[in-house]
Write a protein that binds this ligand. Structure first.
Ligand code: AMP
Ligand code: MG
Length: 347
């Protein structure tokens, strides 16, 4: 299959009609959102949705997020919209918040990975909204990477993973947020964050008063039936070993010692650190994730950094921990996953 790349620069949407028609007619289209690039199919078309799982190499019990461009479509997909959900929609849509609802019979089981609930969000990206509008159908879209690879934040990343596997990629440049949406289960009495993301715990709490963070690590239940099916699969792992280092004073010394040992042993090491600290590192290839005071910069850069590490053949990747406030929490969640859950804590 030849993959056609269509470059779109809002507010001009030339070229989208062809992709929107293909989408409506059961074909796959990768498209930009504010979080990461998505791999879209008509959410109501079973065989189109099946081809997403095939193109990604994704297990079929890992459900997809359905993307919509207007609220009337939501009513078609779900049975009830509770008052809390309405408040959240009002506050954060379009935006990086995915809500889990009881699904209506209109939504095929393949889309929800066999669950009776459906995940829905309205992306805050003019190209995504225009594409969904033009297609005139809700669009099921996981991140447009091959399963197990970092989510794509540039069209080039999608090309790396999907060239020859899908008919269309729409390129509108880098994604603004850079980590995936927050997934919030609003079917529970107290809504539960199943995956931290672009909208923070604090923002949700301020809007509806109460919210819980699902702690996968602490849950035995997780092993057999994770609340969010995606949790049981390996995610975001670069090929090199990721070592996250947290601490106040000794981080530079610790990492410098390790990278000079690596150098002696001919191990290719990368150091990922804040702009403000990067000059403190002496050996290894240095990559900055952005300013320490602005976790949004780290969010926008982290998946690209993982892919760059793979391209360079990095064998070890030392990452300075990012302060876990605001979106920094979601960034650290992705980094910790890449590190197999481990963090080196220094005094
Ligand atoms: P991705 O599409 O790669 O961004 O991943 C979507 C995430 O949303 C996965 O972690 C899914 O497990 C989660 N998700 C989607 N639908 C549901 C649902 N109905 N219930 C719980 N989690 C869901
Ligand atoms: Mg994904």
């Amino acid at each position: 299959m030849v993959t056609k790349c269509i470059k779109v620069t809002p507010p001009v949407f030339t070229g989208l009609d062809e992709a929107a028609n293909a989408l409506k007619n059961g074909k796959l289209v990768a498209f930009p959102t504010e979080t990461v690039y998505g791999l879209g199919a008509n959410a109501l078309d079973e065989s189109a949705v099946k081809s997403i799982f095939a193109a990604k190499g994704r297990p079929s019990d890992n459900p997809l997020i359905v993307h919509i461009a207007d609220i009337s479509t939501l009513k078609l997909l779900v049975t009830t919209i509770k008052p809390e959900a309405e408040k959240l929609i009002h506050a954060f849509w379009p935006g990086p918040l995915t809500l889990i609802f009881e699904k209506s019979p209109n939504v095929p089981m393949v889309t929800t990975g066999g669950l009776n609930t459906v995940a829905v969000r309205m992306p805050d990206h003019p190209v995504a909204l225009e594409l969904i509008n033009k297609a005139g159908v809700p669009v099921a879209a996981p991140s447009a990477n091959r399963s197990g690879k970092p989510s794509p934040t540039l069209a080039e990343h999608v090309m790396e993973d999907m060239d020859g596997r899908i008919p269309y990629i729409i390129d509108a440049g880098p994604c603004r947020v850079g980590v995936e949406s927050t997934v919030l289960d609003v079917t529970e009495n107290t809504p539960v964050i199943l995956r931290p993301g672009g909208v923070t715990f604090e923002e949700i709490k301020n809007t509806i008063g109460q919210v819980k963070q699902y702690k996968a690590e602490a849950s035995v239940e997780m092993i057999n039936s994770p609340k969010s099916p995606g949790m049981k699969y390996v995610h975001y792992a670069p090929k090199g070993k990721v070592i996250v280092v947290s601490g106040k004073k000794n981080v530079f010394e610790w990492i410098n010692k390790k990278t000079s040992e690596d150098e002696k042993n001919s191990i290719k090491a990368v150091v990922v650190a804040a702009d403000e600290n990067i000059a403190n590192y002496s050996t290894g290839i240095k990559m900055s994730y952005g300013s320490i005071g602005n976790p949004q910069e780290a969010a926008a850069n982290i998946f690209r950094i993982f892919r760059d590490c793979d391209r360079l053949g990095a064998e070890k990747i030392y990452i300075e921990a990012i302060p876990e406030y605001g979106i920094g929490y979601a960034v650290m969640n992705r980094i910790k996953k890449a590190a197999g859950g481990k963090v080196v804590y220094l005094e």
